[in-house]
Design a protein around this ligand. Structure first.
Ligand code: EPZ
Length: 429
């Protein structure tokens, strides 16, 4: 199993190209199940989660074709992938495939909409919380589906096809919004989704579905309206830039000091987190080609945050922000409201010398701490990268094990950081 070795102390200077967003690419790929024509996605990141989803889609009968390297993409960023679900040959998503990645459960929406049936393994719990699927089931049932849980599978059917519904989510859920929106595109009549997620990835999916012929309004607000159509057609769509990757590297630069251009990053996708960084004393400048992030000598000020659905501070940047706050001149309070168990990085950061108190869903970070390299291990994607960041600021060598978590969501992490002066390398055992 690979590990990553970081020797801390170097400032970051240079340019980091921002990849296509993992959390946009996954639902966009799943949307290919909605049409028999070709969906071409540009800027799909090279990530383990993308590969896992390709395995699931091909099991349903989807063909895919990856365009070769182009001169314009000499830095190997992203890929253009064409997906074609000319015929869906299997409406079962088996446990062996779904258990690898929770988002694969989302195929239930398009399968029900197009094939009027689906049998999808329940994803089970994960390191960051229990993550139930009640909201998916309730919204699809409102559209007329009958769903039973049988031997660990959600078995769904809608013999006459789905029908439009007026549905209010009891809680904001990104995944349930994606699924209900995809399902409603082929339902008979109008669907109104209330208390919908407003994340940029929902807007990206709505834009792609619209390019495929869907009739959607209100994506990006709490109420999305979808007028069902007979069929969707092929389209070409570019995956939006990854706001979590952007925020992660911005926080890494804040932590080590230096100046980096985050190429192709879009400030509007993470304004709340950027405002927090500005409050912490980081320079943030919006440019035509991306975002310039700098900290040259200024102290890091403590800032309190609460994670919330978009447009609030994203839970996917909470661990990274905690790493940054270990270097702040005072105490900061971090409250996690999205997932009940997303503080697994606290103990690992403590191994590097961080002082963090935990009380239920609230962490108090006592800064500044002198971090010293150690061997650490992580339990989820964002927690792992917070340890890489802490390693960049620590004295001496940090070894991060269980690198497969990082490979799920950060494209070319070591290359991007080492190009900016970090001493980081992957060790294969
Ligand atoms: C998406 O997960 C992201 N994943 C997560 O990113 C992200 O942390 C999360 O949204 C919140 O922003 C992808 O986009 C692939 P939710 P999702 O449904 O859709 C509860 C990463 O690191 N809930 O918005 O699964 C749930 O338990 C990942 O890239 C129900 O109660 O998240 C949680 O407490 C991790 N019932 C809350 O809603 C349901 O049926 C929000 O989860 C569904 C969700």
């Amino acid at each position: 199993m690979d590990s990553i070795r970081v020797v801390g102390g170097n400032r970051l200077n240079g340019t980091i190209p921002i990849s296509g967003a993992k959390n946009a690419a996954l639902p966009l790929m799943i949307a290919s199940l909605l049409t028999e024509e070709e969906l071409i996605l540009e800027n799909v990141p090279h990530l383990a989660d993308v590969e896992s989803l390709i395995r699931i889609l091909t099991n349903h009968g989807v063909d895919y074709h990856v365009a070769g390297k182009r001169r314009a993409h000499a830095n190997q960023q992203g890929r253009n992938i064409a997906f074609r679900a000319a015929e869906i040959v299997d409406t079962t998503a088996p446990y062996e495939l779904v258990s690898k990645m929770r988002a694969s459960f989302w195929v239930i929406g398009p399968l029900l909409a197009r094939m009027h049936k689906a049998r999808v393994s329940l994803p089970g719990g994960c390191a960051i919380g229990t993550r139930p699927v009640d909201l998916f089931i309730a919204s699809l049932e409102a559209m007329g589906a009958a769903i039973d849980i049988d031997h660990g599978y959600a078995v769904a059917s809608a013999p006459g096809g789905l029908k439009g519904a007026d549905f209010t989510f009891a809680k904001v859920s990104v995944g349930a919004t994606h699924v209900a929106m995809m399902a409603a595109t082929l339902a008979r009549g109008k669907t109104v989704l209330r208390n919908a997620a407003r994340e940029p990835e929902v807007v990206d999916l709505a834009n792609c579905l619209t390019a495929m012929g869907a009739r959607i309004s209100g994506a990006g607000t709490g109420t999305i309206t979808i007028e069902g159509v007979e069929a969707l057609h092929g389209a070409r769509h570019r995956v939006l830039p990854d706001r979590i990757e952007t925020g992660t590297y911005a926080m890494a630069v804040a932590m080590t000091g230096g100046e980096v251009l985050l190429q192709d990053a879009e400030a509007a996708l993470l304004q709340n987190a950027l405002d927090v960084l500005i409050k912490a004393g980081v320079e943030v400048e919006e440019r035509n080609d991306g975002l310039r992030i700098a900290r040259n000598g200024a102290a890091i000020r403590p800032v309190n945050i609460v994670t919330e659905p978009f447009p609030g501070f994203p839970t996917d940047l909470q661990a990274q922000f905690m790493a940054l706050m270990t270097q702040a001149e005072g105490d900061s309070i971090i409250r996690e409201t999205i997932f009940e168990n997303r503080f697994m990085h606290v103990q690992e950061l403590a191994r590097l010398g961080a002082r963090i108190g935990l009380d239920g869903q609230t962490a108090t970070v006592h800064g500044p701490s002198r971090l010293c390299g150690a061997q650490v291990m992580a339990t989820d994607l964002r927690a792992s990268v917070s340890l890489v960041m802490a390693g960049l600021a620590a004295e001496g060598e940090t070894m991060i094990t269980r690198v497969y978590h990082l490979d799920r969501g950060f494209e070319h992490l070591e290359q991007k950081l080492s190009a900016c002066g970090a001493d980081i390398q992957r060790l294969s055992h």
